[in-house]
Design a binder for this molecule. Sequence first.
Ligand code: KG4
Ligand code: ZN
Length: 344
Amino acid sequence: MTRILAIETSCDETSAAVVQDGRQVLSNVVASQMDLHAKYGGVFPELASRLHVEAIVPVISETMEKAHLDWKDLDAIAVTYGPGLAGSLLVGVNAAKGIALGRGLPLIGINHLEGHVYAAWLQVEGDGMPKEELKFPLLILIVSGGHSELFLMRDHLKYDRLGQTVDDAAGEAFDKVARLLNLGYPGGPVIEKAAAKGNPAAYHFSKPKLDGEYDFSFSGIKTAVLREVQRSATIRSDGSLPSGVPVPDFAASFQASAVDQLCDKTVKAAEATGATAILMGGGVSANTALRTAIKTRAHVPVYWPPLWLCTDNAAMIGAAAYWRFMAGQRAGWDLDVEPSLRLE
Ligand code: KG4
Ligand code: ZN
């Protein structure tokens, strides 16, 4: 039995979890800073690292208590070392180093994106979770506030990058359009809610033309939404919109366009690579329209984690760490944060 304490502080969630054999979540604690960043309309990096410093020790203590384990029951300490905000990552990496050194445990550095991938291996309740052992190759779509990437996963820990966003991440586009429509933060859930009452065909935001077959672009749609809103009304100086602006129609049309692009490339890539299934991960994979579109068009099974595993959490880091631990990988005491770390 392998038990790993995992720590995740790459963005605005302070999280710690204990995961057994990469599959069972013995505990997972998440302290979200979301409400505190909401008034800035996005994550404010300096505030994020300060809040991680305050939360990290209580979050780790609580996760150890909830797992009903003693330090001697652990086999390793895992931590996200990139990609993410440098100041935020530093808090997690230093906490992990301190514990590993103090308790004489090995340290494992994990790529945050690999965490999103391995959420699918956790044995948890969820209508989108695989019921059988996954077979390679797998097509992976990671869509969050910081990433929109397509990978082919050839085997455990082996990835080929197929495409990525050339500008904004998908979640970033949801957040920016939500701000523009004066709907609040984070944008994904509020856009999805507003879109449910709108007409997705009210406006047509055309697809970007890109060199990379599997690359994404979202900044053009965001600008197109802004132009259409400006055409229909004058945005007030405080950012609010006059009544009569068809906000649900804008939200629905934007969402339809973003989903269409993500779905199109994901399904095409799955067919071209002969993937046995599609795995979705990251905050935007919580979007029902996106899940439904991919599931409807794909010829292979499509899986997504339950909501608490879509957004940032340490359980997924503990899941990924198990496979790295079994492969004999250990980090040195010089493990440093890598804010622009890539997964390949
Ligand atoms: O994975 P995540 O929690 O953090 C990052 O690593 O970025 O993703 C957060 C992003 C935000 O941009 C948020 O607006 C988006 O995920 N999001 C959604 C939904 N729920 C969260 N986007 C679309 N539809 C949703 N239901
Ligand atoms: Zn994430």
